[in-house]
Structure formats: structure tokens, C-alpha cells
Design a protein around this ligand. Structure first.
Ligand code: ATP
Length: 639
């Protein structure tokens, strides 16, 4: 088949245009000298199409196409297709030589290469291995099919860009051997994977599920942070978050155990008891000697294992800290974060997968503008800066989408884009992550993680978020305040020029995640707002009056804004954030809670200590307020 580029050239060789060239060929027996003028004539006729042809050839090559093999991702897709019968609907559209033509269902490309395959519920059979040969793939979603065979070992050399591997509800088998520093999602539940989890090295993993497989053995420490539901219904997995592993040792000896008939399987402690002086062991010299040797060997083995796992944990901890708190240097070296690639390449399209006008960040690669616009949406609330919706996307992703008010954020500004890209880089367990944003045609949508447990505001109003009631006891109050303080401190200390500011600290912007941990949200927007509603200055009354003032205006920022912000043109600063945090702290500490009436002495002291911190934070003069890092240090005394 002639490619479009060749066809273009063929059209240009229409009878009229081609005549001189044909003549040239026909007169090939004539001497070279007589050919030259005709050649020049022909060349001048074809100069323009030749330039076009060369241009197309070069882009063709740049995009990974080769002269006679077609698109370089084609063989992988075709061999996957070959496993499947012709009646698989999605694959019926896989025809032609260009998978990036837009007509291949479920195939998504970026810069001329296949970057995503989305074939959930497509009745697929055969092996998934060919799809893992796609070297530029970021998202592979083939859930709820009948795929079988093993998942080939994957590492940075085979799949350097893979972020989301969604293969759940298939018949896949074999071991899980994945060493992918950038993988964010692994959904492999309800398959037939067997063996252990030791060959999983996935430091950036956020979503993980290997339940309902045939896995056995100890859960590595690096995966123990996931809930037990991620590991359930396997053959024999153990260790955190599942019950502890019981290490059984065959403490030897055919025919030499105390009753002389069976081998004894016992725990190390039991073995210790037996060998350290129980009559049966001391009476049996050979057993005692062998048991002691086995114990010493086991002890040494355990010590070595503990030392190795400690070293690995420390290394992992350092590695994760670097990844999660990128410094300027880190951002240069870590290619795994979507945005860091952006910085390096200085080109938004290169760094982040874009779908239309949606720019995505680390963890938001699965987002697509089309599915966002089609999502079912429920209004969560309306604030000064815009309205927030809970959006449930067709592929089950739940997100909070903030639609910025056109009045507060008019026009398209490059500074806003730059700022949002910075905001999208922040990742901390007490800061709500921005996963993507869209800024086009006057529409500004910010896509955040959806936090299911409501806000501190709903708690203060006596209604636990997410439809649940949660008592605001002293421990809860402290943990929420401490979490929010950590989030705020992270924002304040993030390496950026100028230093970052939240700008809108108030209870409705302190959300509770699925574990009930506090996360600060919607920060950094006021800097780009046309106007910010400021309150009248707070009168310097007693702290309790201030707290009451804050609580009485829970819906807005008024009660929480620092007095200096009332001046016209005043901008939020880190000091004004500290003030607002102090107001939140006072509001929380003085709020009615489950412990009212039953406060013990220790709690009373802590309350007073916290109140003092609140008073320090709400000092009238900004320069007298402590920094968030100092607030954290003071608070940690009560944690
Ligand atoms: N990521 C999120 N997950 C769950 N709920 C959220 C999320 N972001 C905001 N909300 C909730 O949506 C509601 C509206 O939030 P929104 O930020 O639009 O208004 P606000 O916080 O009252 O005012 P402002 O615009 O000044 O921040 C609030 O109750 C907030 O708790």
C-alpha cells in the first residue's frame, strides 16, 4: 500500500507534470550532455514536491515510522490483535498502518507514539505481553477481560514511562516481577498470579491491589502501607497489614525427637526453651547439639536479614523523601515526575500528557478532558473563588473539580499557568494533590483528589463529612490541627521563588482523607484572583472572642483573615497564613467536642498550651508571629 506521502508525490506526477521525467527516462540512450538540460528542467519542476517529500519523510522517521515496517508500535499491537478473534469489536477498528491515526479504538498517542491502551471490558483473550512491548506506553488498562499467560518482567529499560498498569479481573498467571520506579498504579487483583511479592520494586506506587490471586510469603515493608484489602484472598500472604508471618523451623531430626517418632515444628522461642535445659533436650545429646547449631545458624541468618532489610528500608526512606520533596536538584535528576520532565524540556506537551487543553500532573495521567466533561457531577459547594463539584468519571475515577469564577480569574494569563504547574508539583500527605488543570476559552478547571470525609468546617458544625458523624474529641482535634500545620509548613518551605503562600486558610479548606487525616486544599489561588474579600480588622480582644468571631463566620474567610490584609492591594503572605492558622486553631480548640465535661488534667494543660500557640500565631504585628516550622515544633510537644 502506498503511504499518503508517496501518494502525494504520485499525484504530483500527473501526466502533465510527469511528462518531462518520462521523456528523460525514454531518452536514456542519449548522451549525458543532452540529458542535463532536461534533468535541470525536471528538477526545477519537482523541486517543490521534493522538498515536501523530504519534509514528510523526516517527520515520518521522527515519529517512529520506518520505510518498510510502518509505525514502530504497529507490530506489538498487531501481535496482540492476532490473539483475538475477528469479532472483538474494539479491535475491528485496528486496521491500517498508523495506530495513531485516531481511528484505532482504545489507542491513545502522544507525539506519534502509543502512550495509552484503554481496553477494559473488551472481551479480549490471549497474552498481554505484546502490549508491554510498547516502549512509550504510560497507561495500560485491560481490566475485566479474559487475558491469560504471565506478565513479563518489567523494568525501567522495558517500560520507562509506564505509570498505570491495570490488569485486574483476568486470568493472568506467573510471578509478579516489576521494578518500575515511576509506576503509580498497579491493579492486578482477581488473576492467578503466584509466588511472592519480593520482586516488586515500586517506590512511587499510590494505588495497589493484588487481592484474590495465589500469592504467598511475606509482604515487603515497602508495600505494608497499603490496606489489607489490597492483599486479601491470596493463598498465604502474611506480615503487615495482614497478620504476622509465623516462621516455622523444622528443629530436626528423624527419629530423634522427644517421642522418637515425629519431626517437631516449632517457633524459635519454643526451640530456645527446648534446647535451654528442658529435660528431654538435655537428655538427648545429638538433638541438643544439632538444635543448638540450627539455632545459632538461624540467629545469624535472622540478624543478617534484619540488617539487610533495615538498610533497604533506610535507603527506601531516603529515596522516597527525595522523591516526595523535590528540591531544585532533585527536580533535575528525577525524570519520573511528570512536571519535572516539563521543567527539563521547557515544553508542556513534551512533559505532560495532554488531552485537549487538560494539563495533567503526577498521578493524573489517566484523566482525559473528554471523560471529565462527560462525568456525572454533584455540587459540593460554592466559594468566593468558584464552585466545586464531585465528578465521577466513566472509568470510575472520582475527582473534585473546582471551576474558577470568571470574575475572580478573568482572562488567560501565562503567570497563572506557570503557577498552576508549580502547584501541581507539590505532593505531601497533608496537602490535597492537584492532578490536572484546564485553562482555555475562559474556562478554568482544577482537578484535585476527592477527599471523602468532608471538611473541618463540617466537623465544627457538628456534622462529620461523608455522611458520617465523627466526634470532635481532643485527640481528633490535635491530629487535625497537627496534620494541617504539617501541610502548611510543607507549602511554606517548598523551594520556590517567591516563597509559596496558601492564602485562604480556613476550616472549609482543611479536608479529611479516607483515614481521617487532615489535608490542606485550594491553596495558592488568591494570588491570581482579581480581588480578595477581606474582613474588617479583627479587634485585639481576648483570643476566645477571636475564636468565636471565626466560628461565627465559618462560611467565609472573613473570620480567619489577618488584619493587615484589609489594606487595599494587600496580598496574602506566609505571616497572614500563620494568622489564619492560629484562628483555625483557636476555633478548633474552643469548639464543643466529645470530651466536653470529661476533660482530664493532662488534656486541660494541653488545651492551654495549644491556646497559647494560637495567641502567638494571631499576634497583630505580622513580624511577631512565629513561622509555621516553629508552630509545628511547639505543637509537637502535645502530640
Ligand atoms: N478535594 C475535595 N474533596 C472533597 N471535598 C472538597 C474538595 N475540595 C473542596 N471540597 C468541598 O467543597 C465545598 C466547596 O469548596 P470551595 O472551595 O468551592 O468553597 P469554599 O472552600 O467554601 O470557598 P473558597 O472558594 O473560598 O475556597 C467545601 O465544602 C469543601 O469542603
Amino acid at each position: 500500500e502506498i503511504s499518503p506521502h508517496l501518494r502525494l508525490f504520485k499525484n504530483l506526477c500527473s501526466p502533465r507534470a510527469a511528462r518531462p521525467a518520462i521523456k528523460l527516462i525514454q531518452s536514456s540512450s542519449v548522451g549525458m550532455a543532452s540529458k542535463m538540460p532536461r534533468f535541470r528542467y525536471c528538477f526545477s519542476m519537482f523541486r517543490f514536491p521534493l522538498v515536501i517529500l523530504l519534509f514528510h519523510l523526516s517527520t515520518w522517521l521522527v515519529h517512529g515510522e520506518v520505510a518498510n515496517g510502518g509505525h514502530c508500535d504497529l507490530p506489538f499491537l498487531l501481535s496482540f490483535k492476532a490473539y483475538n478473534p475477528n469479532n472483538v469489536r474494539a479491535l475491528e477498528t485496528w486496521v491500517g498502518t498508523d495506530p495513531c491515526s485516531g481511528s484505532w479504538l482504545g489507542v491513545r498517542c502522544s507525539r506519534g507514539r502509543v502512550a495509552g491502551v484503554f481496553l477494559d471490558d473488551a472481551s479480549l483473550v490471549g497474552s498481554v505481553a505484546p502490549l508491554l512491548g510498547l516502549t512509550q506506553i504510560r497507561v495500560l488498562a485491560v481490566r475485566r477481560n479474559s487475558l491469560s499467560g504471565p506478565l513479563s518482567p518489567l523494568d525501567n529499560s522495558t517500560s520507562p514511562r509506564l505509570r498505570h498498569l491495570l490488569v485486574s479481573h483476568n486470568n493472568l498467571s506467573g510471578g509478579l516481577n516489576l521494578s518500575l520506579p515511576s509506576l503509580l498504579t498497579l491493579r492486578a487483583e482477581r488473576n492467578g498470579f503466584h509466588g511472592g511479592l519480593q520482586a516488586l520494586c515500586l517506590p512511587m506506587l499510590r494505588k495497589f491491589n493484588v487481592s484474590s490471586n495465589k500469592l504467598v510469603g511475606e509482604i515487603p515493608a515497602s508495600l505494608s502501607r497499603f490496606p489489607s484489602s489490597s492483599f486479601g484472598s491470596n493463598v498465604d500472604l502474611c506480615s503487615k497489614p495482614l497478620p504476622r508471618c509465623i516462621h516455622a523451623y523444622n528443629a530436626v531430626e528423624d527419629g530423634t525427637t522427644s517421642n522418637g517418632t515425629t519431626n517437631v515444628t516449632q517457633s524459635p522461642s519454643a526451640a530456645t526453651n527446648t534446647t535451654s535445659g528442658s529435660p528431654s533436650s538435655s537428655s538427648n545429646g545429638r538433638f541438643g547439639q544439632l538444635g543448638m547449631t540450627a539455632l545459632v545458624a538461624t540467629g545469624i541468618g535472622n540478624a543478617v536479614l534484619i540488617a539487610i532489610s533495615l538498610a533497604i528500608s533506610v535507603a527506601l526512606f531516603i529515596y522516597m523523601r527525595r522523591k516526595l520533596r523535590p528540591s531544585k536538584d532533585d527536580s533535575k535528576s528525577s525524570a519520573s515526575l511528570c512536571f519535572e520532565e516539563e521543567d527539563k524540556m521547557r515544553n508542556a506537551e513534551e512533559k505532560c500528557q495532554k488531552s485537549g487543553a487538560l494539563v495533567c500532573f503526577d498521578g493524573g495521567e489517566e484523566l482525559r478532558l473528554e471523560s471529565l466533561l462527560k462525568a456525572s457531577a454533584e455540587v459540593l459547594g460554592k466559594g468566593v473563588s468558584g464552585s466545586t463539584y464531585k465528578a465521577v468519571l466513566e472509568d470510575g475515577i472520582v475527582a473534585a473539580v473546582k471551576r474558577l469564577s470568571a470574575l475572580q480569574f478573568p482572562g488567560r494569563s501565562k503567570a497563572f499557568d506557570r503557577h498552576m504547574r508549580l502547584v501541581g508539583r507539590l505532593r505531601h500527605r497533608h496537602v490535597v494533590s492537584l492532578r490536572g488543570y484546564c485553562n482555555s476559552n475562559g474556562e478554568r478547571l482544577l482537578v484535585y483528589d476527592y477527599l471523602p470525609n468532608g471538611s473541618l468546617q463540617s466537623l465544627l458544625q457538628g456534622n462529620g463529612g461523608g455522611g458520617r458523624t465523627r466526634s470532635l474529641d481532643w485527640a481528633t482535634k490535635k491530629s487535625i490541627l497537627f496534620g494541617a500545620a504539617q501541610g502548611l509548613n510543607y507549602i511554606h518551605t517548598f523551594p520556590a521563588r517567591p516563597a509559596l503562600v496558601h492564602g485562604n486558610v480556613k476550616p472549609s479548606n482543611i479536608l479529611l482523607d479516607e483515614r481521617g487525616a487532615a489535608c490542606v486544599s485550594e491553596w495558592g489561588l488568591t494570588r491570581y484572583a482579581a480581588s480578595v474579600q477581606h474582613s474588617a480588622p479583627q479587634p485585639p480582644e481576648l483570643f476566645l472572642d477571636r475564636a468565636t468571631a471565626a466560628v461565627s463566620s465559618l462560611g467565609g474567610w472573613r473570620g480567619y483573615a489577618a488584619p493587615e490584609l484589609t489594606a487595599s492591594g494587600a496580598r496574602a503572605t506566609q505571616e497572614s497564613d500563620v494568622y489564619s492558622f492560629g484562628m483555625v486553631l483557636l476555633a478548633v480548640v474552643t469548639a464543643k467536642g466529645a470530651a466536653d465535661g470529661g476533660e482530664d488534667e493532662g488534656e486541660g494543660e494541653e488545651t492551654m498550651g495549644m491556646v497559647k500557640i494560637g495567641v502567638l500565631c494571631t499576634a497583630e504585628a505580622p513580624e511577631e508571629r512565629p513561622r509555621m516550622a516553629q508552630v509545628l515544633t511547639m505543637m509537637s510537644e502535645f502530640m
